[in-house]
Design a protein around this ligand. Structure first.
Ligand code: ACO
Length: 216
């Protein structure tokens, strides 16, 4: 990492983790151009698992998630990361691409805030991968990135993601009505938030204390 870039954008690029959960060792690292095949394979296979919770896109699911679409998505994410507005990370389980976790709309100055969002391949569901990835991502935001607050929005129907957010210590702050164009319609979203003062030790410590992860 160049000194210049880390001064402009602390916490990018970074390799984060691991944390051990039921699925295996969870790590976060910057998305790569060569993630195309794994990214596309999972997203085409898991359409009905992912589509209900994701922003409505242009064109068909198949076209948007074809491997040939990844280079332009990837370069857009990297451009945002270079500008200091985003931290686009791949989630790895035992070294294999398993999903994504993204910190977006990073605002500095007196706000020092961002949002966080994630998805995980369906065949790894319920094995602690998203909980571990969120804990690692939050600790990164509150540590090297230097943020004070992280927020997330989640559909009230998305009980699995709400469980993941609760595990990390997020608080509910309100209901955003018709907030986001998701799966073809304007959907209500719960707004949840967490500030650095609410974290005792680290978020990884918290999930270890609660028996959701094992220290390495
Ligand atoms: N009702 C209640 N709880 C549920 C349900 C359900 N229907 N399904 C799963 N859960 C719980 C599990 O029991 C588990 O909690 P527990 O550990 O207390 O038992 C928790 O949800 C899941 O925890 P993890 O195993 O850490 O999560 P996983 O790796 O399975 O990933 C995720 C969860 C990210 C929601 C995954 O299913 C996914 O990618 N879904 C599609 C995309 C998505 O919804 N992304 C999140 C959008 S919102 C946001 O990004 C802030």
């Amino acid at each position: 990492m160049s000194v210049l870039r880390s001064a402009q954008h602390p916490g990018w690029p970074a390799k984060i983790g691991p944390v051990m959960v039921a699925a295996g060792e969870v790590r976060l690292r910057p998305v790569r151009l060569r993630d195309a095949a794994a990214w596309s394979r999972i997203r085409l296979r898991d359409r009905d698992h992912l589509e209900p919770w994701e922003p409505t896109g242009r064109g068909t699911w198949e076209a948007r998630n074809h491997a040939s679409n990844w280079p332009s998505l990837w370069s857009g994410l990297k451009a945002e990361a270079r500008r200091g507005a985003m931290i686009p990370l791949a989630i790895e389980v035992d070294g294999d691409f398993a999903g994504q976790i993204t910190v977006g709309n990073i605002v500095r100055g007196a706000l020092r805030s961002a949002w966080i969002g994630y998805w995980v391949a369906r065949d790894l569901s319920g094995k602690g991968v998203a909980t571990a990835a969120l804990a690692l991502g939050l600790d990164h935001c509150f540590g090297p990135v230097g943020l004070h607050r992280v927020e997330a929005t989640v559909r009230p129907e998305n009980l699995a993601s709400q469980a993941v957010l609760r595990h990390a210590g997020f608080r509910e702050e309100g209901l955003l009505r018709r907030y986001l164009d998701v799966d073809g319609a304007w959907r209500d979203h719960l707004l949840v938030g967490i500030t650095v003062e609410e974290v005792l030790g680290t978020v990884v410590d918290r999930i270890v204390r609660e028996g959701r992860a094992t220290p390495l």
